[in-house]
Design a binder for this molecule. Structure first.
Ligand SMILES: [Zn+2]
Length: 260
């Protein structure tokens, strides 16, 4: 197991008195209070584990560590996560949805440059956050290649890592990412990565708000991922049977979300 590394997937963080970007239960499920996040990163430090970004993780040093990633580009990346990570000596990759930048509660272009200047890694999470497997080829190019250019224009340098919105992708999406110059694509399937993992199919474990510190430690060690994978595959099965849209409506009903 020495060269295996688990990639953690975070989203927005919850701060006292601050309204979240979205309020549906299906979204909030993935939102950790800042104190929970701090406790997790503190556990890493106390345990002598490193928290690294995607480029560092893909070197597979074999040292005890996890890869820390954030999706969507919420402003809490800079105002909440980054200070904790810096204080505790960790790095991370922030995958941004380029079309959300500058809208309320998401990072502004200046804030993206600030994260970059602090030494964190910036990646891409599409332009408008669609399910990639639902898109036509021209739409894929826009969501992957054009989004990459938008973020690079803000930063003034290249970015090389992409993560799939909603974890959905297909062969065409991966080919488009490769052709656009991305060196890796992360999904949200529950497996640890190793030198034999295809860099265009990097697994990541979603951090859920109800995860205990004990479960967090187990996740970092790669323990019990098979159970999460089974649950995930049951959901994917439902998505395949019902289709993405119908699945989202079904999930909204089951989680008690308001009908849209
Ligand atoms: Zn996302």
């Amino acid at each position: 197991m020495a060269a295996h590394i688990v990639f953690l997937m975070y989203h927005e963080l919850e701060l006292a008195g601050r309204t979240l970007c979205q309020s549906e239960p299906g979204y909030v499920r993935y939102i950790l209070p800042l104190e929970t996040f701090r406790a997790q990163i503190s556990w890493l430090k106390q345990s002598g584990w490193r928290g690294v970004n995607v480029s560092e993780a893909l070197r597979y040093s074999g040292e005890p560590g996890v890869c820390i990633t954030f999706d969507d580009g919420c402003e809490t990346d800079l105002i909440a996560a980054a200070p904790v990570l810096r204080e505790l000596g960790c790095n991370a990759t922030f995958y941004l949805t380029s079309g959300f930048l500058g809208t309320p509660s998401y990072l502004s272009a200046d804030q993206v440059r600030e994260l970059d200047a602090q030494g964190f890694e910036i990646g891409c999470h599409s332009m408008t956050h669609p399910y990639l497997s639902d898109l036509t080829d021209p739409e894929l190019k826009r969501e992957i290649a054009d989004a990459k250019l938008q973020i690079e224009t803000i930063l003034g340098h290249a970015i090389t890592h992409f993560s799939c919105p909603g974890g959905r992708y297909d062969e065409r999406a991966l080919r488009t990412a490769r052709q656009a110059g991305f060196a890796s694509v992360a999904n949200s399937q529950f497996y640890a990565n190793s030198p034999s993992t295809n860099p265009y199919e990097l697994g990541r474990v979603a951090m859920l708000r109800n995860l205990s510190l004990e479960d967090f430690a187990d996740t970092c060690r790669g323990h019990g991922l098979w159970k999460k994978r089974l649950q995930h595959e049951a959901r994917r099965g439902a998505q395949r049977v019902f289709g993405n849209r119908a699945y989202d409506r079904l999930r909204a009903v089951l989680l008690g979300e308001p009908r849209q």
